[in-house]
Ligand binder design. Structure first.
Ligand code: FE2
Length: 208
């Protein structure tokens, strides 16, 4: 390694867990039926404070994890959040993952999700149910991205990049901390892009 590379350290990592769920075709077939039922029964719950356009149940049907048809996805969210917690040395022997919210978002052409956080949550998760070719990317913003004056970079490198893009894939599950700012680029395809999101915290395990 060249001397100038050795001198520069990356500190305070931002950790995102990206997992492809095995056998997600069966899971998705079941979830697609459930999602159709939820959408039939749920008007758009887009909060008044949002400036973006998107179909979401975040404000009016956000306990999807309690539906029997979401049981397997719920278990996968918990399993993967626990894995994230163990990777970061959270005290997972004493605490379990307690899902608090689970909702869905559907994007048609021209729709997007503005930059936001899920404050007060140790874990946030996203599962991609429908991600057709060209589905809009998730943008994750570095925690420091707008807290400094920065010069105009000549190029993006791992030492200066203020955001990363994630190309969604059907069956992909992401876990990250709720304070991480993220959003979804404007959709420019006809087909729908559907994600299911969750927020969770740690809950102390009861002694057995
Ligand atoms: Fe989000």
């Amino acid at each position: 390694m060249a001397q100038h590379q050795r001198d520069f350290k990356l500190i305070f990592p931002t950790v995102i867990q990206m997992t492809m769920i095995g056998d997600h075709e069966d899971l998705n077939a079941q979830l697609n039926r459930e999602v159709d039922e939820v959408r039939d029964a749920t008007p758009n719950g887009r909060p008044a404070s949002w400036s973006c356009d998107v179909y979401t149940t975040i404000s009016n049907n956000f306990l999807l994890h309690q539906r029997p048809g979401f049981r397997r996805l719920n278990a996968l969210f918990i399993e993967n959040a626990e894995r994230y917690g163990r990777a970061l040395d959270y005290p997972m022997d004493s605490y379990g993952v307690a899902m608090d919210m689970c909702w869905l978002n559907a994007y048609r052409r021209g729709q997007s999700q503005e930059r936001h956080t899920h404050i007060n949550y140790i874990f946030s998760g996203i599962y991609y149910l429908k991600a057709p070719p060209g589905a809009s990317k998730l943008i994750i913003h570095a925690p420091t991205s707008d807290t400094m004056l920065v010069p105009k970079y000549l190029k993006r490198t791992k030492l200066n990049t203020p955001f990363m893009e994630v190309e969604p894939e059907e069956g992909m599950m992401l876990i990250f901390t709720g304070n991480l700012r993220h959003g979804v680029k404007v959709s420019d395809i006809e087909e729908e892009r559907i994600s299911i999101s969750m927020n969770a915290n740690l809950a102390q395990r009861r002694p057995s």
